[in-house]
Design a binder for this molecule. Structure first.
Ligand code: ZN
Length: 437
């Protein structure tokens, strides 16, 4: 992206950020549909609905939750806590409630942030029927001093409906798919969830515009955990064929870039991300794979084993505003998301440019002379081949080209320039010993 293009995309992202930030999303509900329909302005997403009660592996899709309004009001009617000010004020998946409560009755349903007095914390109760409010320390004190009784209203519904997810499949020259996944389930927070949703949508738009895609792309907009599990269950065969994925989240903060490695630290996706970050000249943090995290927990599970990595900026868990109302539009900007998007585009460029070969004669050694591959110079070492002989490189290529390892990785391993190696690989292709994978 050049600077003018970057500024234009940053502006576009910013406008979608402002439109989608106020929407109340959860693991199900109309907020998710509204979000996905808005993204349909950018990309031709297909929306899928999966009914409540559907079994997906060890999980069951819960009832659908929708909320219209909620408040805690003093007896004279003044709202002390108001859902219209922030949708984080209500614990996600709260039961409907309507009644008068004393302070003692209300207090167990209140949540504050232990270390950020001005923040409204983010709480959920998806699988245990409950209700609650999240508030600042000042609001908590006001309620405590007032003593009640208070009028409590949570105008929500929790009843059979469906879970919604969005999907875009982009075919490429190869049937081999790359998985791009983001989660759509967070209410008004900007870095956690929404930044990843917007980056994925704009990355998908970029991929859509390319007519020469080498790989096919499977792009999923799912509620975290239950949505990713649902997606795996409904696309089991296709997902089991995938080797490489990106879980795109927390990409819009002002802080350091970082990346969470996929479960095999030596996998190409990790090396490519490091190359992108190094070439961009940015300082970055490396998070080794961990079983805690986002939807790589599902995609890398034993049934799928997709190497899914995350290139991020102010990663989840790490920034103080995480899971609070302070993860807002002061913290996240369209420009910051666009900067991370530029890195994802470079990563895709690198993935697409990978050259991978497969040995066509994998059983035992190739009889080189039969294919006119035995070098006339025999075993002479040549400086232009990194001090190795041509024979040596031919044998290494036949040994290493397994249809998975790319030529960059092989060049690194053999300490030979990529151009040298590709020249020899092309010769092996012309003699029928290798084929492009
Ligand atoms: Zn989160």
């Amino acid at each position: 992206m050049n600077d003018a293009n970057m500024a234009k995309i940053a502006g576009e992202i910013e406008s979608y950020l402002r439109r989608l930030f106020p929407v109340c999303r959860s693991i199900t509900g109309n907020g998710n549909r509204e979000t996905l329909r808005t993204l349909q302005e950018l990309i031709p997403l297909t929306l899928h609905e999966v009914a409540s009660g559907t079994q997906v592996y060890d999980w069951t899709i819960p009832d659908e939750w929708n909320i219209r309004d909620a408040w805690i009001a003093a007896p004279e009617g003044r709202r002390i806590v108001d859902f219209n000010v922030s949708n984080l004020h209500v614990v996600s998946y709260s039961n409907p409630v309507r009644g008068r409560f004393t302070w003692v009755e209300l207090q167990p349903h209140l949540h504050t942030h232990p270390s950020l007095p001005d923040a409204i914390p983010y709480r959920t109760s998806y699988y245990r029927r409950d209700w609650g409010f999240c508030l600042t320390h000042a609001q908590y004190r006001e309620l405590e001093q007032h003593g009640g009784p208070f009028e409590i209203v949570i105008d929500s519904t929790l009843e059979p409906g469906s879970l919604t997810y969005g999907e875009l499949l982009l075919p490429g020259q190869s049937k081999q798919e790359i998985l791009l996944s983001c989660y759509i389930c967070h209410p008004s927070m900007a870095n956690d969830s929404l930044s990843g949703v917007l980056l994925t949508a704009f990355l998908a738009r970029e991929l859509l515009a390319r007519t020469d895609r080498r790989y096919s792309y499977r792009i999923a907009f799912v509620p975290e955990t239950i949505g990713a599990i649902t997606y795996c269950a409904r696309n089991e065969t296709a997902m089991q064929q995938i080797d490489t994925g990106l879980v795109i989240t927390t990409v819009g903060g002002p802080g350091k870039f970082g990346y969470k490695q996929s479960f095999e630290s030596s996998h190409a996706i990790n090396r490519l991300i490091e190359d992108v970050l190094c070439e961009a000249g940015v300082d970055y943090l490396t998070y080794p794979f961990d079983i805690h995290g986002s939807d790589e927990r599902q995609y890398s599970s034993q049934g799928f084993r997709i190497n899914a990595a995350t290139l991020c900026r102010d990663r989840y868990y790490e920034y103080p505003q995480y899971h609070t109302s302070l993860d807002n539009l002061d913290f996240v900007t369209g420009k910051q998301i666009a900067e991370t998007l530029a890195l994802y585009i470079r990563l895709i460029d690198k993935l697409e440019a990978r050259r991978i070969y497969r040995n066509r004669i994998p059983n035992c050694e190739v009889m080189l002379s039969r294919h006119d591959l035995y070098p006339a110079t025999g075993g002479a070492q040549r400086p232009e081949l990194g001090g190795r002989s041509e024979l040596d490189l031919i044998l290494w290529l036949l040994f290493l080209c397994d249809g998975k390892l790319d030529m960059n990785a092989i060049a690194r391993r053999l300490a030979v320039s990529l151009d040298t190696l590709i020249t020899i690989a092309d010769k092996l292709v012309s003699r029928g010993a290798l084929e492009a994978a």
